[in-house]
Design a protein around this ligand. Structure first.
Ligand code: NCD
Ligand code: ZN
Length: 358
């Protein structure tokens, strides 16, 4: 039995409010516990998006009622809320600010760099700004970190050029950190080793950032020390939505991340210490999270099994890793002294989860 700290997932699409047919605070936090996470950060691209007092109150009210693990909610950067100095009480209630600088699922997208300037100038410096910014947009985001002399965190980077630029920026002392999603480390766009998707429609492969070439995947593994965090970008859509003519981008990930990384550790691709660093220590440091006393997870490192989406707590009912042979199963999760997950069952009540920014 392996005992690890309660893991932190910085990037979860909980889907509430507005799309609870895909997921809600109950199913997302159940999936989190089953995956070994005791804290999740919820993304703001909901319907409506979470970007001001009313929508933050709305999102946090659902979380308070239903969450079974601890959480924080991101605010989204939009065209009409680049004035955080006018509402100084709002940012400290949030995980941080999420800025969508490249296109993805949802309405939050900022093209106008003068709006980036206002968000960078007014969002408090001690709270992280997280950027969805790919390729050259990412380079522009790093320049903003330098100009405004404040930390930024790059979400789900996926390309060789991106990890190399981040490496260079870090060497120069620019305050940039980054996360990588499991699917960009374990799947490439040619689906090598991903044959299990063959039974599913091509829409199931849609994700933002897109799946990349093996050259990009290799560059991420070769620069593991530059990757601060692993974050799932858990982005559930239903099978019908993935099958449609206009398939929605996103993969579920909460229940598969740790088994995939433990399997990679078993094969010598990284160490268990690397996993703890990137799924607990660094997220905690970057986002300045409090201790969770009396909190740990237990893992049976020798349990071998095949991943089955139908057995998962996520409402979406599928996983891109269907049929993957993995080694390592979460058997028990203890959160603040209470057994919240044990032997396949979620034991935490709805509402047991706490807002870590309260
Ligand atoms: C995310 C979603 O569905 O909300 N989709 C995705 O492919 N990652 C949006 C996002 O994180 O960009
Ligand atoms: Zn996302």
């Amino acid at each position: 039995m392996l005992k690890l700290p309660g893991l932190i997932d910085l990037h979860v699409h909980v889907r509430e409010p507005g799309a609870t047919h895909k997921e809600d605070w109950d199913t997302a936090t159940s999936a989190a516990l089953a995956g070994g996470f005791t804290t999740i950060f919820a993304m703001p691209n909901t319907m409506p998006p979470i970007f001001d007092r009313d929508t933050l109150d709305l999102g946090l009210a659902s979380a308070k009622e239903k969450a079974r693990c601890d959480y924080a909610q991101f605010l989204g950067a939009g065209p009409n809320n680049a004035n955080w100095d006018v509402h100084p009480d709002l940012p400290p209630r949030a995980a941080g600010l999420k800025m969508y600088l490249d296109s993805t699922f949802g309405e939050l997208r900022l093209d106008d760099m003068t709006l980036w300037m206002q968000h960078f100038a007014t969002f408090p410096k001690h709270l992280p700004i997280v950027l969805h910014a790919e390729s050259r947009t990412m380079a522009a985001g790093i320049l903003f970190a330098e100009i405004y002399d404040r930390p930024i965190h790059i979400a789900h980077l996926s390309l060789r050029e991106e990890i190399l630029i981040i490496k260079a920026a870090k060497e120069r002392g620019i305050k940039v950190t980054c996360e990588v999603a499991p699917h960009h480390l374990f799947i490439n766009k040619d689906l090598t080793g991903f044959q299990n998707l063959s039974g599913l429609s091509v829409g199931h492969q849609e994700v933002r950032p897109r799946l990349t070439s093996q050259k990009d995947v290799d560059a991420l593994w070769d620069n593991l020390d530059i990757i601060d965090c692993f974050a799932t970008d858990h982005a559930p859509h239903t099978i019908e939505e993935k099958d449609s003519d206009n398939p929605l981008p996103g993969f579920p990930g909460l229940e598969t991340a740790l088994p995939l990384f433990l399997t990679a550790a078993d094969r010598g691709r990284l160490t268990v210490d690397d996993i703890v660093e990137k799924m607990y220590t660094n997220p905690k440091k970057i986002f300045n999270l409090p201790e969770q006393p009396g909190t740990w997870i237990e893992v049976d490192e020798n349990a071998q099994y095949e991943i089955r989406g139908a057995e998962h707590f996520s409402r979406c009912g599928w996983t891109p890793f269907e049929g993957y042979q993995v080694k390592g199963r979460v058997t028990r999760v203890v959160l603040r002294g209470k057994d919240v997950y044990k032997d396949g069952k979620v034991l935490a009540e709805k509402g047991f989860g706490q807002n870590i920014r309260d």
